[in-house]
Ligand binder design. Sequence first.
Ligand code: NAD
Length: 295
Amino acid sequence: MANLGFIGLGIMGKPMTGHLLEAGHTVHVYDVVPGPVKELAAQGAVVCGSSREVARKADITIIMVPDTPDVEAVLFGKDGVAEGVRSGSIVVDMSSISPIATKEFARKLAEKGVEMLDAPVSGGQVGAEKATLSIMVGGKTEVFQQIKPYFELMGKNIVHLGGNGDGQTCKVANQIVVALTIEAVAEALVFAAKAGADPRKVREALLGGFAQSRILDLHGERMLARNFNPGFRIRLHQKDLNLALQSARSLGVSLPNTATAQELFNAIAARGGIDLDHSAMVQALEMLAEHQVSG
Ligand code: NAD
């Protein structure tokens, strides 16, 4: 059985750690908030007092925190991974962060004899709980092969894209598709509802045709049920779209609809909704149309 570490036990990290424990592995855990640490300790996890301690005890350290500065703090901050990590061990960052910073983090860890994979995920809270995540991996092939059995405990569609940072680039592309699909579903439901059709039946009909998608299914249902508890917070999706828009600028790529989706999230954030689920984007379109999809 493997000697693993997991840092960041939030909406995603907690159930992912649960699957590693269920498979019988030893998992050293750390989070800055105590709640999820206690829950996982009850499931057999070994509690640590810092990221440094996790890295010192584990052969493979997995990270699942919100944003680029959080990963930097976990890796290179005070009591961070870099202070405890042993040469020959592996760091796997499953957070969604900047592809450019990722390359730099991998380079700095390599100086210590530590290999890194970037392995952001898609599939949301449900995917984390059901171990059906899509995992997009960047890093050396031999390191990927070594870690793949653990990815298989957390996900189903596991793709090795290329070198360090390529997993994160793929995740940014994923987040563009997700944001624009949420926007399309929200527009369609607002349009149908204001035209007088039953939006529930519209969703049901569309789910059987060419417009069907998991987002129409899950987020469409959330919009109809007015269930905007996260799930995936607007705050985190805005972080991902920032990565897309900043990279697009430096690459000379135009992402007009990504920019619009970001503005619609801004409108919800301005009303105090930044920690709602990203399906709450529908509220911005409802304001513009002066019509609510349901409720
Ligand atoms: P979350 O806010 O629920 O959890 C993050 C956890 O990291 C928290 O428990 C927090 O206390 C901990 N943390 C933050 N800084 C830390 C530090 N310095 N040391 C130790 N712990 C620290 O976020 P989440 O929804 O689980 O998302 C995590 C990552 O996964 C993000 O990058 C997000 O974009 C990505 N993601 C989330 C979803 C989703 O549906 N929630 C889906 C795909 C990808």
